[in-house]
Ligand binder design. Structure first.
Ligand code: AHR
Ligand code: AHR
Length: 482
């Protein structure tokens, strides 16, 4: 049984069902998502291992080995064809060609489900998916429900990490023209208790944490590693619910009338579907999506409680079910290049300047400590890492204009993102490759002995495809200065 079987039994069937991790119907054996690899632009559809099962991540790993992959399509499992693809420009342009949004790096969010490796959809700012030509999604003031599972430790204060109902022309068509789940800690429109992140409803020109614009005291900060987030709405009535997707039950954070702000009753839903962006294609947000659905009709709490039981039984977990993970947080390491030219070179700093330097047992103690790094939990993403200098406490490797520097942490969200790198298996089979947390097509790479975040085949000299997989693969060795 999957979540959509439960919604159907409750009389509120799924009209869209998206997941890169598992089938959402017990009988579903069709395509979950499509990946495209950089080497030759070939594509591959990923299916469940068996009907109703977890995605075949091993097929993706084989296909993407030695190159990089993006997620091109997140298929709709409901049979209505409501697939999500690269979001087009709208009120705002995305960063990709033609004003489209970026596609997600297919290997950036490894996890396991039921002990099997799977990948989520990692949304760095600029990433977005959309369908403006849907079938069966609620319009006007019609009732609908939706849930999604997010990484509760990956969020930001940009607008707007959403999943749900939005405008069909990718523009802000006024209050009430969207109804989506929002997850993050932007406080411009609404917020709850604590510092966030919060589950809120994006109803257009407003993220609502309850009946009031701004603060509502019943909407808590919720930051479990895996969060179940629910928004549902029907005429002059809506609700926010949420819980830990790994265990326990759902709580209701709001259940009542439409906001006491004009324009939201009746609603004017348009029935497009967005993921990772705002209704007007605002592209400032970050987050990770694993699965989500939209229903026809207002699901009962009892139906959603059964869905939550199904979700916890699916057993989402961190770790990639046997795959490589990065260096241990808290340990001190050195980072050795693996390209044949350079296997005695390590990422080093001299003041703010970062480069690779040859280090050996006869190097000076200063040179050794300049090549030693304390692995910290990622400043902007607990699933990733940051590298604090061994000899300059409080200073971290960060990119600026795509080049690496050692700078003191200024506490800003930009710094945190610039200093956060997400490890995955090394692209040449050695050590790890490190994706930039805020530029998900870019990886830590040496080029002419300088260090950058580079994009395979991109427009800068340091983006060169030559020796790409070697240049982006780093072995974490015992530290030159423990
Ligand atoms: O409602 C918040 C945001 O406001 C919407 O996502 C976007 O369309 C508008 O900028
Ligand atoms: O390195 C790319 C971007 O350049 C960084 O995010 C920012 O610090 C600088 O503007």
């Amino acid at each position: 049984t999957g979540p959509c079987d439960i919604y159907a039994s409750g009389g509120t069937p799924c009209v869209a069902a998206h997941s890169t991790t598992r089938a959402l119907y017990g009988a579903y054996a069709g395509n979950l998502y499509q990946v495209r690899r950089a080497r030759d632009n070939a594509t591959l559809n990923i299916t469940p291992l068996s009907a109703g099962g977890v995605a075949n991540a091993a097929a993706q790993d084989t296909f993407c080995s030695g190159t990089s992959c993006v997620i091109t399509i997140i298929y709709d499992q409901s049979g209505r064809g409501n697939n999500l693809t690269q979001a087009p420009p709208g009120g705002f342009n995305g960063p990709a060609a033609g004003g489209y949004d970026n596609l997600a790096n297919a290997t950036a969010a490894p996890i396991s489900v039921g002990g099997h490796k799977a990948y989520g959809v990692f949304v760095a700012p600029g990433t977005g998916y959309r369908n403006n030509n849907t079938n069966g999604i609620a319009t006007g003031d019609a009732a609908e429900g939706m849930y999604a599972i997010f990484d509760g430790t990956h969020y930001n204060g940009g607008c707007c990490f959403d999943y749900g109902n939005a405008e069909r022309n990718s523009r802000d068509n006024g209050n009430g023209t969207m109804e989506a789940i929002y997850f993050g800690n932007i406080k411009v429109w609404g917020y709850g208790t604590g510092n966030g992140p919060w589950i809120m409803a994006d109803l257009e020109n407003g993220l609502f944490s309850g009946v009031n614009a701004g603060y509502n005291s019943n909407d808590p900060t919720i930051n479990n590693r895996f969060v179940t987030a629910i928004i549902k709405g029907q005429p002059n009535h809506w609700a926010i619910r949420g819980g830990n997707a790994q265990s326990g039950s759902l709580s209701t954070f709001y259940n009542g009338a439409r906001p006491n702000v004009s324009g939201y009753n009746p609603m004017k839903k348009e029935g497009a579907i967005i993921l990772g962006i705002g209704g007007d294609n605002s592209v400032g947000a970050a987050g990770t999506f694993y699965e989500g659905v939209m229903t026809s009709g207002y699901p009962s709490d009892a139906t959603e409680n059964s869905v939550q039981s199904n979700i916890t039984a699916a057993a989402y977990a961190t770790g990639s079910g046997g795959g490589t993970t990065g260096p241990t947080v808290g340990s001190t390491i050195s980072l050795r290049a693996t390209t044949a030219c350079c296997t005695t070179r390590y990422i080093s700093h001299s003041g703010a300047t970062v480069s690779t330097q040859v280090v050996s047992s006869s190097s000076s103690s200063a040179a050794k400590s300049q090549a030693s790094w304390i692995v910290r939990s990622g400043l902007a993403n607990g699933s990733c890492v940051s590298f604090e200098s061994k000899d300059t406490a409080g200073s971290y490797l960060r990119h600026q204009n795509y080049q690496l520097y050692l700078h003191a942490n200024d506490g800003s969200s930009l710094f945190a993102n610039d200093a956060t790198f997400c490890p995955q298996a090394g692209m040449n089979g050695q050590g790890n490759s490190y994706m930039s947390n805020n530029y998900s097509t870019r990886y830590l790479r040496h080029y002419n002995n300088n260090v950058y975040i580079a994009s395979n085949g991109g427009s800068n000299a340091f983006d060169s495809s030559t020796s790409w997989t070697d240049d982006v693969s780093w072995v974490a060795t015992a530290p030159w200065t423990p």
